[in-house]
Design a protein around this ligand. Sequence first.
Ligand SMILES: O=C(O)CCC(=O)C(=O)O
Length: 295
Amino acid sequence: MPPTVSVSVTDLEVFADRLDVRHAAAIYREHGCLIVRGLMKPYVDAVRRDIEAAANRALSLLDRAEPVVEGWKTPDGTLFLPAPPGYHRDKQIMVLGISYFTSAAFFRSALDERTLDILAAILGPNIELFSHGQCLYKEPAGGHPKLLHQDAAYFEHRYEGPVAILSYAVDTDLVNGALHVVPGSHRLGQLPHIDTFSHLGLDPDEWPWERALPVVGQAGDSIFFHYRTIHGSQENHSQKPRPAFNHRYRRPDDYVTIGATTTANRAEAEKRAAQARKENQHGLMVRGFRAFEEG
Ligand SMILES: O=C(O)CCC(=O)C(=O)O
């Protein structure tokens, strides 16, 4: 097994209030991850309010949850997993039903100009949103772990793939589920994933937490990562929820070739990868202009 990480958090971090965009992009390129302290600070209180409203709505709909291959879904689109042992309910929230369609505060935070300046230095002048925003919500008292994984296992792309930006909605530490990253792992190519409690993940015998670097942070801190950068987070053992929200951005000509959540549906999707096309996969432009595409 290769040694544990030699890079430290200070090698990966910059500060939103004194941003050097070229330096930030250089950190991202070298390590496949970048921490921008305070980037989402102007938005985080409003986003967190909407996240809590969405969580209350999801729980009020729990008796209408339907089984899906990944767990259960309520009519608002929230994905539930089995609850931690001893919890007062049998299901816990995993991915909250909140998106740019439901929360203006969430959408506004995706359009932040400083964020787009950094992204332009990484992706180029033309940028589209990939998907509609995501909130990973860990419930208190043992809320789900997300084992180390590469996002490309879930959405392989034709070109460079999306840049994800995960932002903490609350102060986040080793007790409530800090994100762990493996700097440099974006260069490892696509690794085989297995089915885990919280969907596709790397085999924990090969990729234990010790191989990753925890990123403790405050509400409003953001972590950029490449879609092949290995990352994950442990259970929330605090007494309060730990929400984090994701924006994802990509070049406007990029598109998903393989979409999956389990090894079985990934194996099926791999067979159709060569037929994948950009059509019907256009995201909203957030910087620049979309070139005309034939067909
Ligand atoms: O909620 C978390 O910390 C996990 C986030 C994650 O794995 C992801 O955004 O792909």
